[in-house]
Design a protein around this ligand. Structure first.
Ligand code: NAP
Ligand code: GLV
Length: 309
């Protein structure tokens, strides 16, 4: 069995070494144009040239949860596309979202500003019942995040494509229930995959529906930058419609130094690090799945190409 590795923006050596150790029966090599045809590929954002050079791949294993960059390519129709299934990401996502939520709810940003001025200030406690959290996407990451938030006794709403029943959550599904979900939520967490149906979903109209249409909504975007219509955000913040935003993902990454999000007082920017790929766990998961595929066994995390995630 031959495995080819093509990782844009990632150093391949440790991945290759790890895959060789986990699959000693396989020939694992970094891809070079004209390399022999492989059975499986381990990839992150590969160029179309790679796919064209490897037309008979049976499995394409993405070293991230989101496959939007991969599905933009013209892929071999028969190849199975497989995304990472947690592999250490959901706990990171839960801590990131809980941190952003609690920082906003407890007004730690204001205490930080006061502390910089040596100002001993008290703020009136706020009621968590007034800060219902809406999690868009109840998949591997969204469900874990929603349950972590519920541990802090915030009311939690969840929205997915198919109907779900998850203990401790009020679940909404599909376009028909989207407006009710938004209206019932004050803090919106985006954990959707980027697809044709979800691109631009964080827009002026939808964000204005938060909190029953009253001012004071808050956005935490950890999905993809293109979910947000970036031009809509600052007017919503400046008018007070939204109280703030924590953004981990952007239309253009790295976020250009001149981008106004860096300097806006109500926006917290982090560099697409809310849930990083954990190499060892990911290698173990991918190697296990390649073995299962070779044995003809079913695996989790197979992407439905027609639905886009
Ligand atoms: P997942 O398991 O595939 O879950 C996706 C969820 O979104 C599912 O609940 C799905 O509904 C729902 N969904 C998809 N399309 C929808 C639509 N049109 N309307 C309503 N709900 C819809 O994905 P995941 O592993 O949780 O990851 C989610 C995303 O997080 C990734 O695609 C990636 O973009 C992002 N991510 C970001 C980082 C970061 O560091 N910022 C790290 C990892 C991942 P169903 O359950 O009904 O299918
Ligand atoms: C990171 O953004 C991922 O999709 O895993």
């Amino acid at each position: 069995m031959r495995i080819t590795v093509c990782l844009t923006d990632n150093r391949p050596d440790a991945w290759i070494e790890g895959l060789r150790a986990a699959l000693p029966e396989a020939m694992v090599e970094n891809w070079r144009p004209g390399a022999p045809q492989a059975d499986h590929a381990v990839v992150w954002a590969p160029p179309q040239e790679f796919i064209d050079d490897q037309p008979a791949l049976r499995g394409i294993f993405n070293i991230g949860a989101g496959v939007d960059a991969l599905l933009k390519l013209k892929l071999p129709p028969e190849a199975q596309v497989v995304r990472l299934d947690d592999a250490g990401m959901s706990v990171q996502m839960a801590e990131y979202v809980c941190h952003a939520l609690i920082r906003h709810f407890r007004e730690f940003d204001i205490y930080e500003a006061d502390a910089r001025e040596s100002r001993w200030s008290f703020r009136k406690p706020r009621e968590r019942e007034d800060f219902a959290v809406g999690v868009m996407g109840l998949g591997v990451l969204g469900e874990r995040v929603a349950k972590a938030v519920a541990q802090f006794e915030f009311p939690v709403n969840g929205w997915s494509r198919s109907p779900k029943a998850i203990g401790g959550l009020r679940c909404f599904a599909g376009e028909a229930e989207f407006d009710d979900f938004l209206g019932a939520s004050r803090v919106l967490v985006n954990l959707l995959p980027l697809t044709e149906a979800t691109r631009g979903i964080l827009n002026r109209e939808n964000l204005s529906r938060l909190n029953g249409g009253e001012p004071g909504g808050y956005l935490i975007n950890v999905g993809r930058g293109a979910h947000l219509v970036e031009a809509d955000l600052i007017p919503l913040l400046d008018s007070g419609r939204l109280a703030g935003a924590t953004l981990d993902v952007f239309e253009v990454e790295p976020l250009p130094a001149e981008h106004p999000f860096w300097r806006h007082p109500k926006i917290t920017v982090t560099p697409h690090g809310s849930a990083r790929t954990v190499r060892e766990a990911s290698i173990a998961q991918i190697a296990g799945k390649i073995r299962a595929v070779e044995l003809g066994e079913p695996i989790a995390g197979v992407v439905g190409r027609e639905r886009g995630y």
